[in-house]
Structure formats: C-alpha cells, structure tokens
Design a protein around this ligand. Structure first.
Ligand SMILES: *Cc1c(COP(=O)(O)O)cnc(C)c1O
Length: 386
C-alpha cells in the first residue's frame, strides 16, 4: 500500500475514533466491500430508505441480493423507524442507515430492531460528515460506516470512498478481500481524475456552478472525464475492474481536506443556522428536528416548495446554485425502477419529497451573502407542507 494512502486512512480513522479506515475508488465500492465482507449474497435482503441514489442499490444487486425499501419520515428524509420492523424477513442481512442531507437517522430504535433480529446495521455517511447522534459521531454507531468524496459531497477528492469500522474481525476480512481481489486505478484514470479536480477547483464557485455542471456532464458523455456514473461498471465482465482502491492522488487530496475539516464542519453548521434564522424570520418553514438528540452537519440545505420545476428553471438564470436530489426514489434513475425492485407507490413520502425538495448550498465557498441570496430566492416560491 502507498504510504500516503496509509496515512490518509490512519488520519481518517483517528478523526472518527474508529479502529480502522479503508480507502476506495468510490463510495459505492466501499459499500460493495462491506456487503462482501458481511457475507451478503444471493437471496439475501438489504433494507435501505426509498429515498436514495442508484449508486447505493447497484452494489446490492451486484452481490445478488435484493434491495428492500422503507419509506422515509418527512422531516429528516431518513428511514421511518415505525415502518422498519415489518420489512424484516428471515433473509434480511443488513440495514443501511442512510443519514440523508446530514440528518442522522434515529439510530437507537434502528440498532435495537436490528439486534433483536440478528441483522447488521451499516451507516451511509456519504452526505453526513461529522453529524452527531446523542453526542456520538455518525459512522461509529453501526458495525461500519461508509463515505463518498465525489464532487458534491461534504468534501471532495473528485471521486473517492472510505469504510470505517472498529470491528476487528470485519476489518480483517476487508484486508483479505482487498489483498485477493482489489485492483488499482489505471494511469489514465488517475490522470483524468487529476484533470477533473483541477477543472473543479478552477470553475466551481457559486456563480459558475451551473456552467461547471454542464461542462462536466458534457465531458463525461464524451468520455473525457472519469465519470462518477459509468453505466457499464456493473456488467459482470467488469467485476474485476469495479473493485478498485484509491490512488495516492485521492489520498493527498483527502489529507488536505481533513486538515480543514473542522472549519468545513463549523461553516456548514453556522450557514445552516443562518438559513434557519432567515427563513423563520419571514414565517417560512425552516428545519424541524430534535436539537436535544441530533446535531446535523448538512451537506446541502433542503427546502420543500410547490413549484420545483419552475424554481430550477429560474435558479440558473438568477445565479442561484439550486440543487435537486433526490428527484425520485433511486436518483437519478427514473425508469426502469422495476429492475431495482422498486414499484411506484412503494414509498409515498419519498416520492412526495422527490417532487418537492430542492436544496441550497452550504459548501465552504457559500458565504453569508450566498445564503441570504439563496434564501431570498427560494422564499419567492410557496413552501410545500410536509
Ligand atoms: C454519493 C452517494 C453514494 C455513492 O457514492 P459514490 O462515491 O458516487 O459511489 C452513496 N450514498 C449516498 C447517500 C450518496 O449521496
């Protein structure tokens, strides 16, 4: 293993107070490694919220298991624990507790239900870096946690993923799997990713995000950039290529991000509070969660509105960095959901959220001015009541 990757893993684990951290090429590869080492395979079931991205579902299908979707509770967009237990069957192996937008899941009842049924809980922390549940940092509450460093996550290394765990046996199994099957990124992939990060740093500041996004999409379609969603990656013939470790370049970039992680986290907390204040001061609905239980570190600030399409159309023109995910239960795939074992109507709250929720910037370049302007823009649209 490259010493920089080792250093990155160690510092990452130390930040979380976890025993071990394992770096991967992408977040979905981190999830795949967990499914493999937790013996999830043909005929097994994996429970996850019906408000997720298809990158979470693909690794489940890839190991031959079946995704089982639980609807979300409207305030935090996380698994509705009241609907969880009824989804558990004799073949349930794993519950994925996805901390959506940065809101921690209600972990106590989830862990309790899991324990009673002999099921493992793993935490999807891709959108929640530093969030706390009852004073404990998310990623350390379940058997393992996984992260993504793709470019709209709490911090980015272009692409990237990580697993953390304090379960020694599981860590040992991940090491064995890595030794047996993991490949390294190719020189071409590393070169392309470096170029992508460079373009990202040059172009992505609030005003040009829409432009940068279209440029990225264009380049990705042309095959000039290492895409984060390569349709062919889940073809069985590509199996060996999919299970890929991180490169030293990602580790260097990640170490830089870790050095300023405290600022990143406090900035997100402060700017989210500023959104709360501005929205509340004009009688618009702000975040609604139990402050005595959770301290969310949000990746973006979600708001429900009635005219989502219109807002998205006008945002680009107004220079507002308005995000829209998740747009459907398995973002960004609208059809065919059946091949992902989802049927429309399965998770009505998730589908409603998909129609209503947009999100506002909180990243390190979004300052108080950006927040005021974004809040001002969004309150020009009617709030949709959850
Ligand atoms: C981005 C994301 C993933 C997948 O991460 P990749 O690095 O793109 O593979 C998984 N879960 C959630 C909630 C995400 O937002």
């Amino acid at each position: 293993m490259h010493p920089t990757i080792e250093q990155y893993q160690n510092q990452f684990a130390r930040f979380f107070g976890a025993e071990r951290a394992f770096a991967f090429w992408k977040g979905r590869v981190a999830l795949y490694a967990l499914l493999r080492t937790l013996d999830v395979g043909q005929g097994d079931e994996v429970i996850l919220p019906g408000y997720t991205c298809v990158m979470n579902v693909n690794p489940i299908k890839y190991v031959g298991a079946k995704p089982v979707y639980v609807d979300i509770e409207p305030a935090t967009f996380n698994i509705d624990v009241n609907l969880l237990e009824e989804k558990i069957t004799a073949t349930t192996k794993i519950i994925i507790a996805q901390h959506t937008y940065g809101y921690p899941c209600d972990m106590d009842p989830i862990l309790d239900i899991a324990q009673r049924h002999g099921v493992s809980v793993i935490e999807d922390c891709c959108l929640a870096f530093g969030s706390q549940y009852k004073g404990r940092i998310v990623g350390t509450l379940g058997r393992a946690g996984y992260f993504s460093f793709q470019w709209n996550k709490p911090y980015t290394t272009g692409l990237g993923g990580m697993v953390i765990t304090s379960d020694k046996q599981l860590a040992g199994r991940i090491e064995t799997l890595q030794a047996d099957e993991m490949c390294s990124p190719s020189l071409r992939e590393i070169f392309m990713l470096s170029a992508q990060l460079l373009i990202y740093r040059l172009l992505v500041y609030p005003r040009t995000t829409a432009l940068a996004q279209s440029l990225f999409r264009y380049l990705t379609r042309k095959g000039a950039v290492v895409g984060s969603s390569d349709k062919s990656e889940f073809e069985p013939s590509k199996a060996k290529d999919f299970f890929k470790g991180a490169g030293a370049m990602q580790a260097r970039s990640g170490l830089r991000q870790l050095r300023r992680i405290e600022q990143n986290i406090s900035h997100r907390i402060n700017m989210a509070r500023l959104y709360d204040e501005i929205l509340a001061s004009i009688g618009y609905k702000s975040r609604d969660y139990d402050k005595t239980v959770i301290t969310p570190v949000m990746v973006r600030y979600p708001v429900r509105i009635t005219e989502k399409e219109k807002a998205l159309g006008e945002a680009a023109k107004a220079g507002i960095e308005l995000g829209s995910w998740f747009e459907c239960p398995l973002h960004p795939i609208e059809t065919p959901l059946a091949s992902y074992d989802y049927t429309i109507g399965m998770c009505p709250e998730a589908e409603k959220a998909g129609r209503e929720v947009v999100n506002l910037p909180l990243h390190p370049r979004a300052d108080a001015g950006t927040v005021k302007k974004s809040a001002d823009f969004i309150t020009g649209f009617s709030h949709a009541s959850s």
